[in-house]
Design a protein around this ligand. Structure first.
Ligand code: GLY
Length: 434
């Protein structure tokens, strides 16, 4: 099979690594890829949202399956365009991707079908939004409706800051079309986790749960990032709560989409908060999570291509996923200054030495030039290690990353400490679900 993967981050390197391991795959292309993907796939310099060019390339190179990593091409309708050209694709079509591309669409669907989530008001008029805000309880959660490159959500206890966020979206047009509508949401209090699932629009097969770290500094301090680390499984998730998420969130949202005439096939990502009154949906995404994928895929023993084909062809019923019982810990190495302004183009050393420890190094913001690997983005590398315990996985990841060096490199030192503590106190649950 000839496969084309779309995207350029750590998630896509983890996907490429797992796809390349499939005996069914004879040739793997990636558009645009990165310095690490380049070692296992043929990278082609096409933008991930250049729908026309991707369809032409897929036709010309007789691609059998296109796998879409990021959300933007899904929301742009890449899967629809590929299918129209007779090319099989993995990922939801444009109308399904609205689940991530429009937060008001997702919220309205959840409200209509009784899927547990925070209450919200949806506004296009500044004055009406302010009236609603005046009656809301802090902390205030303000979200731009559309895709805003991770910058469209403000959580604040300060009323003025909340007003400013609404003004910036609705009046100043900070997010262009994506901010023409805003949501003012109830704050959900409790631990967060991600549960992703494969679905062909009828059957839902959950993956193992994962925990990501959004803040840049240890102790969940500092500004939000694209993700500074992750681990899987999630010890705080008990079996009954897991079952509740599957039966009250994942299965009903796929059924709701089907009832609305939307045939959703691909990955369904539920970002959840375990509140005192049960698990509630904070967000849905229409794709694999980043950096959750870097901690989930090393645990997947089944052939990823088999499950992706079953999803795309609507025959997921009866498929079984085989997971390793070993935990996985992923630590992200970032450029100096990230998530703010940062310089790139620095040489990265120690990659081979790190890989010798048996950990997987998934590249994100890297490029290859004259035989060297250089930094080319904010999040640069992901170091993922499996272990017989969380403690072992965590130690392996930190030992491996100590061998890697580049100018300004920084990372969180506390990834998976929580899981190690929970493991030590005997709270490691969900053994049957790995
Ligand atoms: N880790 C959050 C996301 O992928 O959106």
């Amino acid at each position: 099979m000839r496969v084309l993967l779309i995207g350029s981050g750590g998630r896509e390197h983890a996907l490429a690594w797992k796809i390349a391991a499939s005996l069914k795959v004879s040739r793997l292309f990636c558009a645009p890829g990165n310095g690490g993907i380049d070692a296992i796939a043929e990278c082609v310099s096409l933008g991930a949202t250049d729908v026309k060019a991707i369809v032409s390339f897929a036709k010309e190179r007789k691609i059998d399956l296109v796998i879409v990593g990021p959300e933007a091409p899904l929301v742009e309708g890449l899967v629809d365009a590929l299918e129209a050209a007779g090319i099989q694709a993995f990922g939801p079509r444009k109308e399904g991707a609205l689940l991530e591309g429009s937060k008001s669409f997702a919220k309205s669907l959840m409200e209509k079908y009784g899927i547990p989530t925070g209450k919200a008001g949806i506004f296009t008029v500044y004055g009406k939004a302010l009236d609603y805000l005046a009656g809301a309880e802090p902390p205030y959660v303000i979200k731009a409706d559309g895709l805003a490159a991770g910058k469209g959500v403000v959580v604040t206890a300060d009323l003025e800051e909340a007003e400013k966020a609404i003004r910036s979206a609705l009046v100043d047009g900070a997010f262009a079309e994506a901010g023409e509508r805003v949501l003012i949401e109830e704050y959900l209090d409790g631990p967060e986790l991600s549960l992703l699932a494969f679905t062909d629009g009828k059957t839902v097969i959950p993956m193992v749960p994962a925990q990501d770290y959004k803040r840049v500094y240890d102790g969940d301090m500092g500004p939000n990032t694209g993700g500074m680390g992750s681990y899987s499984p999630v010890p705080i998730l008990t079996e009954p709560v897991y079952e509740q998420i599957v039966s009250e969130v994942l299965v009903p949202i796929v059924a709701a989409l089907a009832t609305e005439g939307i045939d959703y096939r691909g990955v369904l990502y539920a970002g959840l908060v375990l509140t005192k009154s049960g698990p509630k949906v904070m967000e849905f995404n229409a794709r694999f999570g980043d950096p959750e994928t870097q901690a989930i895929l090393p645990r997947l023993k089944s052939d990823l291509i088999d499950v992706m084909l079953a999803v795309a062809e609507g025959r997921l019923a009866g498929q079984k996923l085989d997971w390793s019982s070993q935990p996985c810990v992923t630590v992200v190495l970032a450029s100096g200054g990230y998530p703010g302004k940062h310089k790139t183009g620095f040489e990265i050393s120690g990659l081979e030495e790190a890989e010798e420890t048996g950990t997987a190094i998934f590249h994100a913001g890297t490029s290859r030039a004259n035989g060297k690997i250089l930094t080319s983005g904010g999040r640069v590398l992901n170091v993922s290690a499996l272990g017989t315990t969380f403690e072992e996985a965590r130690n392996k990841a930190y030992e491996a990353l100590a061998r890697i060096k580049f100018d300004g490199m920084h990372y969180r030192k506390d990834i998976a400490i929580r899981a190690v503590e929970q493991e030590a106190s005997g709270k490691l649950r969900l053994e049957t679900r790995n």
